[in-house]
Design a protein around this ligand. Structure first.
Ligand code: ADP
Ligand code: MG
Length: 703
């Protein structure tokens, strides 16, 4: 029956290895055909020639033309992995690295992690046979800490360079130096001495055996030249070309069908609601074709998904063939892959995506795009040190990329949920992240690489001086830098080793000294994921009651700790009497009953085991403070001090570092649980009773 065959089609796409031979063969043929029909396919020979003739090449091409999935395969076939060299492809986003690697492994007919693999923070799916490696730009930067010449790579492709993430910008600067040194054929002796001292110390603390092998790796080493390829979806290659001394740029022509752009007559007050209405309007009035909706984050996506399902039964039976597929970074990867599957016959797919679908991944079948014109970005106010995630208007370039998604396979339509006059007011392009983010991470990283002169570093675009100074100040306050602005030993060295925000790293290091690292590892893992709790609008009261049983009057950090421990206890008990799968399933049920986001919790558990391993490798002592939470809270205060606020007589809070008036975020347990009723005994002096440390993303400023 048709239901079953749909089901099996879905399964077979995911699990290609268990498929009957004939089906497998048909799918391979289909993939070959798809590959050949991509716009980039016609340029294969030419591109290989260009890469051979140019050490640095810039490739500009429309999204979906096949750059990310095809070029690494061409290079592999063209002999660029000879002598064991690896082709590394960096992506600003984890989702892109993972989904593209899976796709390419399938195209090559190999198991993921063999010839084709990926590595992202906290997850490494590669092996010694990996030749095409997708990874995040941040991850490659971390690899440079261990192998400063990135010597295992023969080619490094910096993909999605137009996104200009801070990691991409720093990576470009680093690659420039690495390429120069490698072109000399042998490692620069002076340079190595210099690095050995720095990196030697850095690694020594970490793991003896690793020091030895890494150093052997670098010393007096013969180096082969490095090819750098920069790929971008923006047509303006000039900035990259100039940065690399007039490097050659080539354009890959795409195929773009006309897209009708529609605007609203009036500005929309609620773009989520407007998007919902537009989904149904398209579904009822327009011909076949899938819909892609750009939303700003997981919560928005999940709420639209719920609302679509709620309203669907109001349609006539024949109109209910609408399926929703979310895609965002914290979605488990097997669910991420589902958006690529074709809709069953007669059904329309609605893809609810963050701006990951703007240029990073191309989903086939889209004919309609709904663009509310919003995007969530991290910002940084150097004057206050606050780093809020805020929803802002897209740039014109982003709006054009989004509408372009509708015209890949035929003429399409894009519904911009704002008036045309608003479009003209948008900024031409997005400001590079380095101009609007906290640089403490970057500075720590550069210092660990032996680059001490941050202001003199050859950035593609110089960050503002005030940001650099403020970020150095934070690192200094955290104890990572000495008076001479050098990386301190051991705190700064240790902080650079950990793949975490400097504040989190500091929290772990100090907690190990005060015997509460076990607790801090849990809390840092919980802080590293998107919302642990979920409160559906229609069950607000119920979810609040559920939260009460975990709420700690001492704040969100201790609440997170309780949740984690309760879940852990539940899982361990369940494990005793059940299979692993059953126990995991029970845990998901437990999460649902307690209004906990099981996905986020799972992610936190994974991160926890990773950073615990990191901490142990570094020789940090993992012990617990038992029932006495005072040392733990002191450690929080000693690391998250920039987030401390003091309660004022009028009931408002004042941030200690900036003097700004702030309020408790509604999602905090302290929002309902009045902090003044908290258990006073452990806080000591009376004046201190009203000081609270909030989780960093919980800031809400009063205007
Ligand atoms: P570009 O990097 O130029 O934007 P890509 O290489 O990402 O282009 O995509 C090329 C083609 O591969 C697109 O047609 C896209 O739909 C397809 N594709 C990419 N990933 C998948 C996937 N996981 N499943 C099916 N098709 C995919
Ligand atoms: Mg791409």
């Amino acid at each position: 029956d048709s239901g079953n065959s749909t089901q099996s089609r879905h399964n077979s796409n995911i699990n290609q290895l268990n498929r009957p031979k004939a089906e497998h063969f048909a799918r391979r043929q289909n993939i070959e055909q798809q590959r050949k029909s991509l716009p980039i396919a016609a340029a294969e020979k030419l591109l290989l020639e260009e890469v051979r003739n140019n050490d640095t090449l810039i490739i500009v091409g429309e999204t979906g033309s096949g750059k990310t999935t095809q070029l690494p395969q061409y290079l592999n076939n063209g002999g660029f992995c000879r002598d064991g060299g690896i082709i590394g492809i960096t992506q600003p986003r984890r989702v892109a690295a993972v989904t593209v690697a899976k796709r390419v492994a399938e195209e090559c007919g190999v198991a993921l992690g063999q010839k084709v693999g990926y590595a992202i923070r906290f997850e490494d799916v590669t092996s010694s046979s990996t030749r095409i490696k997708y990874m995040t730009d941040g991850l490659l930067l971390r690899e440079a800490l261990l192998d400063s010449y990135l010597s295992k790579y023969s080619v490094i492709i910096v993909d999605e360079a137009h996104e200009r993430t801070v990691h991409t910008d720093v990576l470009l600067g680093l690659l420039k130096t690495v390429q120069k040194t490698r072109s000399k054929g042998v490692s620069d002796a002076a340079d190595i001495d210099h690095r050995e001292v720095k990196n030697g110390m850095l690694l020594e603390k970490h793991n003896g055996s690793e020091v030895a092998s890494t150093m052997k790796h670098c010393r007096g080493k013969k180096l082969s030249p490095l090819k750098i390829i920069i790929m971008s979806a923006s047509l303006d290659a000039r900035v990259f070309s100039e940065y690399f001394g007039g490097a050659r740029a080539v354009h890959v022509l795409g195929r773009q069908y006309p897209v009708d752009i529609l605007y609203t007559r009036q500005p929309e007050t609620d773009y989520v609601d407007a998007a919902l209405i537009t989904i149904f309007q398209i579904h009822i009035e327009e011909g076949p074709g899938d819909i892609l909706v750009f939303l700003t984050g997981q919560e928005e996506i999940e709420s639209v998904e719920r609302l679509v399902h709620e309203r669907l039964p109001q349609l006539s039976e024949s109109k209910r063939k609408l399926l929703t597929f979310p895609i965002f970074s914290s979605l488990p990867s097997e669910k991420q892959m589902k958006v690529f599957l074709p809709a069953p016959i007669g059904f329309r797919k609605v893809i609810l995506a963050t701006n990951i679908a703007e240029t990073s991944v191309t989903i086939p079948g889209i004919k309609y795009v709904i663009d509310p014109g919003m995007v969530k970005v991290r910002t940084y106010e150097a004057s206050t040190g606050i780093e809020p995630l805020i929803v802002v208007k897209t740039s014109k370039a982003q709006a054009l990329q989004r509408s372009g998604r509708a015209g890949r396979e035929g003429p399409g339509k894009c519904y911009r949920l704002y008036p045309e006059s608003e479009f003209d007011k948008l900024k031409d392009s997005t400001t590079p992240e380095i101009k609007r983010c906290n640089l403490s991470n970057v500075i720590l990283h550069l210092k660990a690489l032996g680059i001490d002169d941050i202001i003199g570093f050859d950035f593609i675009e110089q960050p503002d001086r005030i940001s650099i100074v403020k970020s150095m100040e934070l690192l200094f306050l955290l104890g990572a830098l000495t008076d001479e602005s050098k990386l301190s030993d051991p705190v700064g060295q240790k902080m650079a080793r950990l793949p975490l925000d400097p504040i989190y790293s500091k929290a772990l290091i100090i907690a190990s000294e005060f015997n509460c690292l076990e607790e801090m590892l849990i809390v840092v893992a919980m802080l590293s994921v998107e919302s642990i709790f979920y409160a559906p609008r229609e069950k607000l009261e119920e979810s609040r009651n559920a939260l009460k049983s975990f709420s700690s009057p001492e704040g969100d950090h201790l609440t997170f700790l309780k949740v984690y421990r309760a879940s852990d206890e539940f899982l361990q008990k369940s494990n005793l009497v059940n299979s692993k799968e059953k126990a995991e399933k029970n845990l998901r049920k437990w999460c649902k009953e307690n209004f906990i986001n099981s996905r986020s919790l799972k992610h936190a558990r994974d991160i926890h085991s990773q950073i615990r391993r990191n901490a142990e490798q570094m020789g940090l002592l993992v012990t617990s403070c038992g029932d006495d939470m005072l040392p733990f809270r002191r450690c929080l205060a000693a690391s998250f001090f920039l987030n401390a606020a003091l309660k004022q007589p009028d009931g408002t809070y004042r941030a200690l570092s900036s003097g700004l008036t702030v309020q408790i975020h509604p999602s905090s347990v302290l929002f309902r649980m009045k902090p003044e009723n908290s258990n006073r005994s452990s806080m000591g002096a009376k004046r201190r009773e009203h000081m609270h440390i909030f989780a960093p993303y919980r800031w809400g400023t009063c205007s």
